[in-house]
Design a protein around this ligand. Structure first.
Ligand SMILES: Nc1nc2c(c(=O)[nH]1)N[C@H]1C(S)=C(S)[C@@H](COP(=O)(O)O)O[C@H]1N2
Ligand SMILES: [Mo]
Length: 365
């Protein structure tokens, strides 16, 4: 045994930056792809166009050998095969997932991490079984305070080595809509989306939906894993204890109209009536109240269609009378609770929860 010093404790290269994207950020951007904004046309995002966020490596997994172990403060510890889980009552639900770091790069200064712009969102039809079935079979002890969920992926963050792990309270975990999921859009999960089994926590930012799920532990204390307490907290500064990141904030996006310039992505649009369309969503099962569109002047109310499900986005459309000139298009959603997207990015020390309105630069000819 050697006792080499931990090479990952120095995180100074991850301090805030207002400069160019670093080589590390670029490498993360190549591993963690976002949705193409034109894919917002699809009610259900094709699996290969859904965004990805993978902290460590995608585990090399076999469905035949997979086990889900449930232990800790339970009366009846379990070790389930994928077949055992598929034998339980199945449900399929459209759910919009969004990464808590979506929009990070619009904050000034930004935290050096995955440099999302707008595109860390997608909606899939997820198939699985309510988690409560297996928790009921395992029998949670009365003293259970939190339940921790672990993936098969392991790595370092800020010098701390850990299996990716997140927790839920028993109340959350026993909700009908929290699922153990093995299929996405009617196909087995792709390796990058958690094959063969993941947790799905609808209405919350994506970090709660643990991929490659192989271990559940009931705890008589709050879970202190790095992904629970060392990150995913809204903080004013690095030493602020902060509060947990959980429910998705209200947001909308548009399909950029017209045709793009390859390099700048600036759009060229022909004058006349232009149908602008996009998606809007909020968290915790809250519906969308309204969506507004602006080409720089007044906000015009868009038509919002019924959402695909309680935890999925709604399509919106509006007609823009485009006249020659240069414009910045924007869309802004308000949810049924009256929460509205801000015009300027909210600040967060780690770049979480940015639901600022999207802006799209266009030239009308
Ligand atoms: N085991 C494990 N689960 C994970 C992650 C991870 O890195 N490892 N990333 C989380 C984060 S931050 C997000 S946003 C979602 C992304 O899910 P997707 O890649 O299927 O879109 O998975 C979550 N579950
Ligand atoms: Mo995420």
């Amino acid at each position: 045994m050697t006792d080499r010093p931990n090479p990952f404790t120095d995180t100074s290269s991850r301090a805030h930056s207002t400069g160019l994207i670093s080589p590390e950020e670029l490498a993360l951007a190549n591993r963690n792809s976002g949705i193409h904004l034109e894919a917002l046309h699809h009610d259900v995002t094709p699996a290969g166009m859904h965004y990805l966020l993978i902290h460590f490596d995608v585990p090399y997994a076999s469905a035949e050998d997979w086990r889900l172990d449930i232990s800790g403060k339970v009366g009846n510890p379990l070790s389930l095969s994928l077949g055992d889980i598929k034998a339980l009552p199945a449900v399929t639900m459209p759910v919009t997932l969004e990464c808590a770091g979506n929009g990070r790069t619009a904050m000034t200064p930004r935290t050096c991490s995955m440099p999302w712009l707008y595109e860390a969102v997608g909606t899939a039809e997820w198939t699985g079984t309510p988690l409560r079935h297996v928790l009921a079979e395992a029998g949670l002890d009365k003293e259970t305070v939190e339940i921790a969920f672990f993936g098969a992926d392991r790595g370092f963050d800020k010098g701390i080595e850990h299996d990716y792990g997140r927790s839920l309270t028993p109340d959350m975990a026993m909700r009908d809509d929290v699922l153990l999921v093995y299929a996405m859009n009617g196909q087995p999960l792709l390796p990058q989306h958690g094959f063969p089994l993941r947790l799905l926590v609808p209405g919350w930012y994506g970090m709660a939906s643990v991929k490659w799920l192989n271990r559940i532990t009931a705890l008589d204390h709050a879970f202190d894993g790095h992904q629970q307490i060392g990150t995913y907290r809204y903080r004013e500064s690095a030493d602020d204890p902060g509060r947990p990141v959980d429910i998705i904030r209200v947001k909308s996006l548009m399909v950029p109209p017209g045709i793009p310039d390859w390099y700048t992505r600036r759009r060229m649009v022909d004058a006349g009536p232009v149908t602008v369309t996009g998606r809007a969503w909020s968290g915790a099962g809250v519906a969308i109240g309204k969506v507004e569109f602006s080409a720089g002047g007044d906000w015009q109310e868009a038509k919002v269609e019924p959402r695909l499900g309680d935890y999925a986005w709604a399509r919106w459309t509006c007609t823009w009378q485009a006249e020659p000139g240069d414009y910045t298009l924007a869309c802004r959603a308000t949810d049924a609770n009256g929460k509205v997207q801000p015009l300027d990015p909210p600040w967060d020390n780690s770049g979480f929860g940015n639901n600022v309105v999207q802006k799209v630069a266009v030239t009308v000819r």
